[in-house]
Design a binder for this molecule. Structure first.
Ligand SMILES: Cc1cc2nc3c(=O)[nH]c(=O)nc-3n(C[C@H](O)[C@H](O)[C@H](O)COP(=O)(O)OP(=O)(O)OC[C@H]3O[C@@H](n4cnc5c(N)ncnc54)[C@H](O)[C@@H]3O)c2cc1C
Length: 1021
């Protein structure tokens, strides 16, 4: 691990400060810091204040991780628990008998009262009221009028404010409009009120004249339902269309607009949009705008440097609010789970040091970057004050900022010291406010929180005010964080990270690959033909394959294999068996790893083929390539595990069980995961010593050819792998009935899967067959997601949309039914409908496309016929019209039907398209019954915050893959072995530890080692 020191962080940015300056500044930091600290401690919150209770609640929770988790989860769903039964149930479930004994006595008594006796409902309601009061503590009112009153109250204490509208995650254009409308009203009405407020020089006097009295903070992700860094152009365009009028209004009414910063994934895009609008002629000379920079990001100092150069060029200063960052836990966990580099510093002192370096830099550029220090850490603030003093910066050009409801004693101290202090004041409804509250609770209860250290744990002032530096006794002091692979190492397998399209280089690589392929195809479509024993086989039966997004683009001309080709392919594969077997497990595993390396190298090229050949949008295409890489690596690993024969020896007897290949494997693959599934089945068969005849889907012959070629390049001998594109109905019967075919690995529809089973069985019993043909069949699903009445609807809407409409619903794992509990049914359907209407339908090659075309005309017609059935038998809630796209490609817009008959076609049949049926369930048990009420058992999901319901769902949802509080697609190799049972498949789990055995037979040799009472010594291994 490379060491990072405070000086290294500081040294990233140029500074005029000499070591002597820094020493002098440090002395002042201590003086200022002590003053602020003493004054704050003198006014510490007392047991009668809400702040004290908030601190204590956080404190109790910090000693017990399980308790913290339960309390925070309970708090999170509290606003949804309006009905007494639900409230009572959740209280009991989260705070059970064991937990209650671990609570401090005051809380224990209240909770015990809430769990028993006549007063139980009253006590439960009192607890809910107390929690909601806590939440309100951080919120400055539920509407603009209340917020305005709270803002005025701050001014009376000589503080400024910035108002932030709390909102649900914006999942639809109507929600984005509502957000923009709310700011429009605020920016129209509040300045009128504010004009009448008495002047306050501390708050109002700015560096170049009066500061706007009204100041708002807003989140760009709330201005566009499709806000996504994968499509910076489209996103910027839509965001700016809503942001411009707001900025115009703010300018006209003399208000300040500040752009908040959210997740790292959207940081570059947010900065780019801010820079773009601030540079437009209309706003270029406007000084009353700004943006947040989060110093917990390792990139923050570089971002500041680039902002400084940009602001110089702009010629008018902008405000930079420096914060540490509110999503530290999320950023860490998210990156670790994705296998991406963690973007945030992993040690608190590093964030603090980065904050100080950023402060110094901004102060040194204060004429272009106006410093606003958002922190409750008195050391961080004192440092800023000392630097400002040292550099002789006019205080009117700087401000300190703090959050509403936190660190009230500190606020008094900062204002008393003569600094302008601005309070960040969120307002809005409690339900959407809970995410904000939980962030604050996390912050308050963190071991690394300054507020907790100073005001709850009463850490010594010298420690609190010490300059950021590695903690002397920490094991990894000074070290950089472990790589993102760290936590994943525990599962023993690293999934190939998906491309991070928030990174410009990834976007560019994909864009170039798509453009290159488009040019290549325009010049010459690919001629795909069978390859047997390494020789290309032409055929008279050639069919064209067009781009599903654009009929005019020819992708390939495919020479279809004939039954005679199929016959020869199996014969050659049988002859190659002994040789391929001798190659051995280790070399075969190595070949798979080499194939993975080739795929990694050609990752974007392969993804681009999928974009054009089957209409996969960028992210889905990239994920398919990543999964193919995973299959190669995982099956290579598994093969090594199975290579060594298993021994069970007892005195006088030795037993050895070894795995043998079955023989020739016919692989019949679908087009929907055209690389991953074909790779998975083919490499599983090959690595276990079988030879393979690979029959890809007609629609995805080109990507299959590329797989065939790269497997040969990796070292698979030509005789061991035949490539047989073409029509299933033509070659299928020959492949299945061939006496040398030992097994069939199939993924596709239920009808074809069952037909393969029947044909294989018939061939097995036919005269002269000589073997029982093994069939592995992964078939369809009619997958459901249940949305409970306490579910987080923000998350449920996003996950249902993604699961139902990702790749146009053409995944066997896709959600095609959503079952919603009665109490939230209407509100959920309302939000879901708006979200579905907002999905961008378009050609797969465009990065902003969320819903692309269907794979071919047959798929389109089939889906259309289901839509007709839906119109006749259910209530059509959403029908997205694809307009002129219908003439260009096989497009069908997303559809949503409600009041669907569970026993009818929309409730029972696999549609494989962007059609989602909604069902209403009166209670949770009924919801489970509905979910299980089809012949399939592939995937299922549930959104709930009730532990007992989650337990019930996990135990009783009939599906091979059950997902809790997340979407139901995107299973990862090793982490979520994938496959269903009943009519969804034969129960084998692709990407799981038992998968390779399906391609093998076990052979056990038993030797009696006893001769005349004499046995060899026992083995020790
Ligand atoms: C006016 C204002 C506006 C804000 N706007 C935004 C915004 O737009 N976007 C946003 O993300 N946040 C925003 N915040 C929230 C702010 O990021 C947190 O309140 C802040 O991080 C807390 O830092 P602190 O200096 O007050 O406290 P401290 O206790 O000194 O620092 C706590 C912070 O340190 C970081 N940290 C914690 N543990 C570690 C660790 N192990 N390794 C490295 N770093 C760690 C985290 O960022 C954590 O929040 C805003 C805050 C204020 C006051």
């Amino acid at each position: 691990m490379a060491a990072t020191s405070g000086a290294a962080i500081e040294g990233v940015l140029p500074s005029r400060l000499s070591p002597a300056d820094r020493e002098q500044i440090e002395r002042r930091v201590q003086q200022i810091g002590r003053g602020l600290l003493e004054q704050s401690l003198a006014a510490e919150p007392t047991a009668v204040s809400l702040e004290w209770w908030a601190q204590q609640a956080g404190e109790w929770a910090t000693h017990d991780d399980d308790l913290k988790l339960r309390l925070f989860r309970l708090v999170d769903c509290m606003p949804m628990l309006e009905d007494p039964d639900s409230l009572d149930r959740h209280l009991r479930e989260y705070i059970d008998d064991d937990v209650i004994t671990r609570l401090p006595s005051s809380l224990r008594v209240a909770l015990q009262a809430a769990r028993s006796g006549l007063l139980a409902p009253l006590a439960a309601r009192a607890i809910r009221a107390a929690v909601l009061a806590q939440a309100r503590r951080f919120i400055a009112g539920s509407n603009p009028a209340e917020a305005a009153r709270a803002a005025l109250a701050q001014r009376r204490r000589h503080r400024g404010f910035t108002l932030d509208l709390l909102g649900e995650a914006v999942t639809s254009e109507s929600e984005a409009d509502a957000y923009a409308d709310a700011y429009t009203r605020l920016l129209t009405e509040l300045p009128r009120l504010a004009a009448a407020w008495p002047a306050d020089p501390l708050v109002d006097d700015g560096p170049d004249g009066p500061m706007p009295r009204v100041n708002v903070s807003l989140k760009l992700s709330a201005l566009d339902s499709q806000f996504d860094a994968i499509d910076p152009l489209g996103t910027s365009h839509r965001v700016l269309a809503r942001l411009r009028p707001l900025c115009r209004l703010a300018r006209a009414h003399d208000a300040h607009v500040h752009i908040d910063m959210e997740s790292h994934a959207t940081k570059d895009l947010t900065l780019a949009i801010f820079r773009q609008i601030a540079m437009e002629d209309e706003f270029r000379d406007w000084p009353h705008c700004g943006v947040v920079v989060q110093c917990y990001l390792r990139e923050s100092l570089r971002d500041l440097e680039s902002l400084a150069a940009w602001a110089r060029d702009r010629g008018t200063p902008v405000w930079i609010r420096l914060v540490k960052g509110a999503y530290w836990d999320f950023e860490t966990v998210h990156a670790e789970a994705a296998g991406w580099p963690v973007p945030v510093w992993q040690q608190k002192w590093q964030t603090d040091a980065c904050y100080e370096a950023a402060t110094t830099f901004v102060m040194e550029h204060a004429t272009t970057l106006r410093p606003a220090l958002g922190s409750h850490n008195l050391r961080s603030l004192a440092h800023g004050m000392a630097v400002a003093e040292h550099l002789g910066i006019d205080r009117r050009g700087i401000e300190m900022q703090m959050l509403h409801g936190m660190g009230d004693a500190e606020k008094e101290a900062v204002t008393a010291a003569g600094w302008r202090l601005r309070i960040y004041m969120p307002y809005g409804e409690l339900v959407p406010g809970m995410a904000y509250l939980v962030r604050r609770l996390l912050e308050n209860s963190s071991n690394d929180s300054f507020l907790r250290a100073g005001f709850v744990k009463h850490v010594a002032p010298a420690t609190l005010l010490a300059a950021p530096a590695p903690v002397a006794n920490a094991d990894n002091a000074g070290a950089d964080p472990p790589s993102a692979a760290g936590p994943l190492a525990a599962i023993g397998f690293h999934n190939e990270p998906l491309a991070d399209f928030s990174i410009e280089a990834s976007r560019r690589s994909m864009e170039e690959a798509v453009a290159r392929l488009a040019t290549g195809l325009a010049a010459r479509p690919v001629a795909v033909a069978s390859v047997i024993d390494g020789h290309r086989v032409e055929s008279g039966d050639v069919f064209p394959r067009h781009d599903p997004s654009d009929h005019d683009r020819l992708i390939a001309n495919v020479a279809a294999a004939t039954p005679a080709d199929a016959d020869r392919a199996v014969t050659v594969a049988r002859q190659a068996l002994p040789f391929w077997n001798q190659v051995g497990w280790e070399r075969r595993a190595g070949i798979l790893e080499k194939a993975a390396d080739i795929m990694r190298r050609r990752r974007f090229e392969l993804a681009a083929i999928e974009v054009f050949e089957v209409g996969k949008p960028w992210r889905e295409a990239d994920a398919d390539v990543a999964e193919a890489i995973d299959f190669c690596c995982y099956y290579a690993r598994e093969a090594r595990r199975l290579a060594a024969p298993a021994r069970v020896d007892v005195p006088g007897e030795e037993n050895t069980t070894e795995w043998l290949p079955r023989g020739v494997a016919v692989v019949i693959a679908p087009w929907n995961f055209p690389l991953a599934i074909l790779t998975g089945m083919t490499t599983a068969a090959l690595v276990t010593g079988n030879t393979v005849v690979m029959k890809p889907a007609e629609q995805s012959s080109l990507i299959a050819l590329r797989l065939y070629e790269l497997l040969l390049e990796a070292g698979v001998p030509p005789a061991a792998l035949a490539f047989l594109p073409g029509r299933g109905e033509e070659v299928g019967p020959t492949l299945l009935s061939h006496p040398d075919t030992a097994m069939v690995a199939f993924t596709g529809s239920r009808a074809v899967g069952l037909a393969i089973h029947a044909q294989a069985a018939a061939a097995s019993v036919a005269a002269g067959s000589g073997q029982v043909k093994r069939v592995i069949a992964e078939m369809g699903g009619k997958n459901a997601i249940i949305v409970d009445d306490d579910a987080d609807l923000d998350e449920a809407v996003v996950a249902v949309v993604q699961s139902a409409f990702g790749f146009q619903g053409q995944k066997c794992s896709a959600c095609s039914r959503v079952i919603v509990l009665d109490r939230v049914h209407d509100s959920f359907v309302r939000r879901l409908s708006e979200a579905v209407k907002s999905l961008r339908v378009g050609p797969a090659a465009e990065p902003g496309t969320r819903v692309g075309p269907l794979v071919d005309a047959e798929a389109r017609d089939r889906v259309q016929s289901f839509i007709e059935v839906g119109r006749r038998t259910a209530r059509e809630v959403v029908a997205v019209d694809v307009g002129t796209l219908a003439g260009r490609g096989w497009f069908v817009g997303p559809h949503l039907f409600a009041d669907v008959d569970p026993a009818g076609p929309l409730g029972q049949e696999e549609i494989f398209g962007p059609v989602l049926a909604v069902f209403r369930a009166r209670d949770f048990t009924r919801a489970i019954k509905l979910a299980n009420g089809t012949p399939y058992a592939l995937t299922a999901g549930v959104f709930s915050r009730s532990p007992s319901h989650l337990h019930e769902a996990a135990a009783s949802l009939q599906a091979g893959n059950v997902y809790i509080n997340r979407g139901i697609t995107g299973a990862l190799v090793r982490r979520q072995p994938f496959g269903g049972y009943r009519m969804s498949g034969s129960g084998s789990k692709a990407g799981g530890p038992e998968y390779l055995q399906q391609f093998l037979v076990a052979r056990t040799v038993t030797e009696n080692t006893l001769r005349r009472g004499f046995a060899p010594p026992r083995r020790t291994t």
